[in-house]
Design a protein around this ligand. Structure first.
Ligand code: MTE
Length: 334
């Protein structure tokens, strides 16, 4: 089996170049629903349009980012030559997006999302926790060192990218909140602003978009809350200012623009599972052996490449995460 190179995961490699980030921060001063996550027509030839890198759409408090990053480990010397696969380009990552709140057309999301206002922002951590938290972005940057994590993103639609995120482990936030002994799951609820998000004025999905993980999945060191990409704050179309990234699961698990994290003792409702339970399971682990009812998951199209490449079990992160699912029938718990 093709194995992911360990350096492609690099959770311990904090190779965010602090000066580069500071510069960036300164610059930044079934139905219809059933078809929603389906490959669009003509998917084989839909390479993202070559467009200029957009100006960052919203300013981050320039004082807060550098201070937060002062906690980060120094540049670890890794570079893209180490990676098994090249990074996707900034414009590919930011102009081929699934974000149904703005548009069902991947290439229109960037434009539709321009007017969204991600600052100021608060994230609430609530539910079965001993220490409920409400943190704004400055708090998040100050409390949690921002690291760079290069991950593959594999969409359930069978396309993929390699993305250099900036973020921090969800476990750090959950540990501060202190899940009670009854805690078993974590629900991630995203923003509901129909006045700014045209898609939310229609009923293509139930809003707000929600996702969920088992508590042990959420505590896994590879699961992060991303605040940036390519050393810059997230663009609106990527889920600014904060989104989930769970690299061994299909991309729809990575909810964008998170406002509430709720620890529960029952399995949380999740948007795509609610929309089409036979097509999108709660687990949604990348698995080349379990096809989507309407297409094969055995291979994928890497954006920017021609042809297809085999899909790897758990998206290439099996060594790190397979133990979470020992004894489970992954065809049933899809
Ligand atoms: N989060 C919200 N709030 N709304 C969405 O429509 N789409 C999901 C996920 N997160 C989605 C979302 C899907 S289907 C995928 S594949 C990834 O975001 C895509 O992330 P990207 O556009 O940054 O590549």
């Amino acid at each position: 089996m093709t194995k992911i190179s360990p350096s492609e995961i690099t959770p311990e490699h904090v190779f965010l170049n602090r000066r580069a980030f500071m510069a960036a921060a300164g610059m930044a001063a079934g139905s219809l629903a059933l078809a929603a996550c389906a490959p669009p027509l003509g998917m084989g030839s839909d390479a993202p349009a070559e467009v200029a890198e957009p100006a960052l759409v919203a300013a981050v408090d320039p004082d807060s980012l550098p201070e937060a990053l002062a906690h980060a480990d120094p540049y670890a010397g890794a570079d893209s030559d180490e990676l098994g696969d090249p990074l996707n380009k900034f414009q590919e990552i930011t102009h081929y997006n699934n974000y149904y709140e703005f548009s069902t057309n991947k290439e229109s999301v960037a434009g539709e999302a321009q007017a969204f206002k991600p600052y100021p922002w608060q994230v609430e951590v609530t539910g079965l926790v001993n220490n409920p938290l409400t943190l704004d972005l400055d708090d998040l940057y100050k409390r949690y060192p921002q690291e760079e994590r290069i991950y593959r993103l594999r969409c359930v639609e069978a396309w993929s990218m390699v993305i250099p995120w900036v973020g921090f482990p969800i476990s750090a936030l959950l540990q501060d909140a202190g899940p009670t002994s009854a805690a078993q799951y974590v629900s991630f609820v995203t923003v509901f602003r129909p006045e700014e998000m045209r898609g939310q004025r229609s009923s293509i999905l139930e809003w707000p978009y929600q996702e969920g993980l088992r508590l042990d999945e959420a505590m896994h060191p590879l699961a992060i809350l991303a605040t940036g990409m390519y050393g810059k704050p997230l663009t609106n179309q990527q889920g600014a200012p904060i989104r989930l990234v769970v690299p061994w699961k299909y991309g729809f698990k990575s909810g964008k623009s998170i406002v509430r994290i709720e620890v529960t003792d029952t399995i949380p409702a999740t948007t795509w599972n609610t929309a089409a339970p036979h097509e999108y399971g709660f687990y949604a682990n990348v698995n080349p052996n379990v096809d989507h009812p309407r297409w094969s998951q055995a291979s994928e199209r890497r954006i920017g490449e021609t042809g297809r490449r085999p899909t790897l079990m758990f998206n290439g992160y099996a060594e790190e995460v397979a133990y979470l699912y020992e004894g489970m029938d992954l065809a049933k718990s899809f």
